[in-house]
Design a protein. Structure first.
Length: 558
């Protein structure tokens, strides 16, 4: 008998109108957070504008999704003393949160960028990795609501991403079991060497993609930093194997990376989104090394990529790519052209469908950051959200960046998308300078909510009020040192469709999402089967009667 445990069941009465509207509930939920502190003002230096990210995760295994927010302390390189710090909010289970940063011990005061939760030591509790301009931090979960900074212990010979060198600038990070040994490796993106001494000698303006910008805000002016890849040694420590693995992404000015099984062979490939330089795609060779297939994949995107996410938007069984981009460089949707011969994948290749999908022109004047392919309206296919916010300053108020409206695109089920900001309530929200974004069902009502970090402002928690469509949420529990089954694929079969989700650790922009796999079922009232491909390649199918409108937990068979 397959171990299958029902966490809870919540029936929803179908309604005639399938409305899905988002409501800003930040204050009502008890989230009292200010990016960069209440009185901080930007001084037109690049690190002030880049951050930061957030993550939904169940840190205490109580079934509720908690929230971590990365902060920046204020003006860069000055004498400003800011009380700003990162924040951890515990979910109270009633739609509200409580700030437990101090007791949990995770209030890092570094110049914050990104975060990702993952159980690196395999003890059943999610740990936390935080990236900064400057030293990064690894927090081990103590399983009692507190965390311990174990950076020096876990990275005894660290160079690069965890160096104490002040000019090291890390951005997005991702975990995955890339060598099949059961524990999680860590990939850390790095951006540019931002030297304040060099800034003083720079000219007032330079060109970025043909547009005049202050040199201090132009990444082209600064030398890119290589990324760093750490092998998990299985004893609580990591070893830098970047050169051996071949995935430094040299010259990349990287923003965010994501691991995904692009070729369907169960091991995880790596895609790196770079700013102002071509992106990198690496095929996992199955022996602890990777091959650069960027050009051959047709996904060596040359634009300024910010956020990246994967998902099967066309429901054909493979993982596609979506990236948010800089202004005049429309967002990109890449369809996976997975080709097999005798059941064996022969290549990794994508095609840019942005224009045919009706996603390109509508985004050309926006600057996109946090993003996800997710089913916001529970109709059974993946929609797209993008947090937008300019990197350009107000003309007569240079300490302020220009805000923009976030974007929501509904999947029409025919490989095209429609802008639904107005009907979904997004267009009615105040304009913000959006950055990192995380996705998850924080109120356990069966739909996916959104949390957005807004640069130099308060964040936005958007409660999803979807009505009238069925759903199923799945939590996995795998054997061994990767209990959250990062890298697993879940397929759900209803009468007229098979949907697939993949469990990722690190995506969007400087952020990571809940490990609950969310499936919208539309009008389907019955699930025929659920199939899990575990990270070790084993396949397990659940054929028992499975009720809809609930969260279930599936344990890997021994």
């Amino acid at each position: 008998m397959i171990p299958l445990f029902f966490i809870f069941s919540l029936a929803i009465t179908p309604l005639i109108a399938h409305a899905a509207t988002f409501t800003d509930v930040t204050r009502a939920a008890g989230i009292d957070f200010r990016h960069a502190g209440a009185h901080a003002k930007r001084t037109s230096l690049l690190p002030e504008d880049m951050g930061s990210g957030a993550a939904f995760a169940d840190i205490d295994n109580d079934g509720d999704t908690d929230l971590y927010i990365v902060n920046i302390p204020g003006p860069f390189g000055g004498d400003y003393q800011s009380p700003a710090r990162n924040a951890l909010y515990r979910n109270n289970g009633d739609g509200t949160f409580t700030d437990i940063t101090k007791t949990a011990g995770v209030g890092d005061t570094g110049y914050g960028m990104g975060c990702v939760f993952a159980d690196y030591d395999g003890d059943g509790y999610l740990d936390l990795y935080v990236t900064n301009y400057g030293p990064n931090v690894l927090y081990r979960n103590n399983k009692n609501g507190t965390f311990t900074d174990v950076t020096d212990v876990a990275f005894p010979n660290a160079a690069g991403a965890l160096s104490k060198h002040a000019s090291q600038w890390s951005t997005g990070a991702a975990f995955a079991d890339t060598d099949g040994d059961g524990d999680l490796e860590l990939y850390v993106c790095n951006y540019v060497t931002y030297d304040l001494e060099k800034l003083e000698a720079m000219q007032a303006e330079s060109l970025q993609s043909g547009k005049p910008v202050p040199s201090a805000l132009n990444p082209h002016v600064f030398e890119p930093q290589d990324n760093v890849f750490y092998r998990n040694n299985g004893d609580g420590t990591f070893t830098d194997i970047t050169a051996k693995a071949g995935i430094a992404a040299s010259g990349g000015r990287s923003m965010q990376a994501i691991f995904s099984d692009f070729d369907g062979d169960t091991d995880l490939e790596l895609y790196v989104a770079n700013d102002t330089t071509v992106n990198h795609a690496y095929r996992n060779d199955g022996d602890g090394t990777f091959t650069d297939v960027s050009d051959d994949s047709w996904a060596a995107d040359f634009r300024g990529s910010m956020g990246v996410t994967t998902g099967d938007y066309d429901n054909d069984g493979d993982t596609d790519l979506f990236m948010s981009h800089w202004v005049d460089e429309e967002n990109a949707l890449y369809r996976n052209l997975l080709k097999e011969e005798n059941g064996v994948p022969t290549r990794i290749r994508f095609v840019d469908e942005s224009y045919s999908a009706m996603l390109a022109e509508v985004s050309i004047k926006q600057i996109g950051w946090g993003t996800s392919l997710f089913d916001y309206d529970n109709d059974g296919d993946l929609d797209i959200f993008v947090a937008n916010g300019s990197t350009f300053q107000e003309l007569h108020q240079p300490e302020v960046l220009i805000p923009q409206q976030d974007a929501l695109f509904r999947n029409n089920g025919d490989d095209t998308f429609t802008d639904v900001c107005a009907e979904a309530g997004i267009a009615q929200l105040p304009l913000r300078v959006g950055r990192g974004t995380t996705f998850g069902d924080y109120d356990n009502d069966g739909d996916v909510d959104i949390f957005i970090v807004n640069n130099h402002a308060q964040p936005t928690l958007l409660r999803n009020n979807t009505n009238g469509r069925n759903w199923l949420h799945v939590k996995l529990r795998s054997l061994g040192a990767n209990p959250n089954a990062i890298g697993a694929k879940i397929r759900v079969k209803t009468a007229d469709a098979i949907q697939m989700r993949e469990i990722c650790a690190g995506e969007s922009y400087l952020s990571s999402n809940s490990y609950i796999a969310e499936f919208g079922l539309g009008a389907a009232a019955e699930i025929e089967w659920i199939e899990v491909t575990w990270p070790n390649g084993e396949t397990q199918r659940v054929l028992d009667s499975i009720a809809i409108n609930q969260r279930i937990e599936i344990h890997q068979e021994p």
